[in-house]
Design a protein. Structure first.
Length: 153
């Protein structure tokens, strides 16, 4: 039974890093149907940046898995309890670090000069292959601004 629980938790950890992250072409379901503010501008600079990983379910899942594994050390009840507590602490720390490593990434900081002269910075992925000099559309929905190419519009 404990092996099954452990396997399920490990599969959940593996899936943490597989979720769709925020991109300039991926929107939250709650943004559907919401009006946004649109402006235009030009990319004047780009910088590659690192994004920090998240730390949410890794600590809990690692703690549970560590407690389950540590409690099976054997001996007597006291040893099992100490092993479970130690396993929970170690598992929580390792789970947090694993999640953080799986979810950190790189992105691009786009420096954009809007038509009104204002210069702004937007951090997002660049799966559209945008580059310095490109004319772009800036779309702000629910406080999140995304940029996309203005070509053809």
């Amino acid at each position: 039974m404990m092996k099954k629980i452990f396997c399920v938790l490990m599969m959940a950890f593996a899936l943490v890093g597989c979720g769709i992250g925020d991109t300039n072409t991926t929107y939250d379901r709650t943004d559907i149907g919401r009006a946004g503010v649109v402006s235009v501008g030009q990319i004047i600079a780009m910088n590659q940046i690192k994004t920090a990983g998240t730390n949410s379910v890794g600590t809990l899942g690692g703690g549970v898995a560590g407690a389950a594994a540590g409690s099976m050390i054997g001996g007597n009840t006291a040893v099992n309890i100490i092993g479970g507590v130690g396993g929970a602490i170690l598992g929580g720390v390792l789970g947090a670090k694993a999640e953080e490593a799986l979810t950190k990434d790189t992105a691009i900081e786009f420096i954009v000069r809007k038509e009104n002269g204002q210069v702004i910075s937007i951090v997002q992925s660049n799966e559209l292959g945008l580059k310095v000099g490109d004319q772009v559309i800036l779309s702000t929905v629910s406080g999140t601004t995304r940029i996309r190419s203005r070509v053809g519009i």
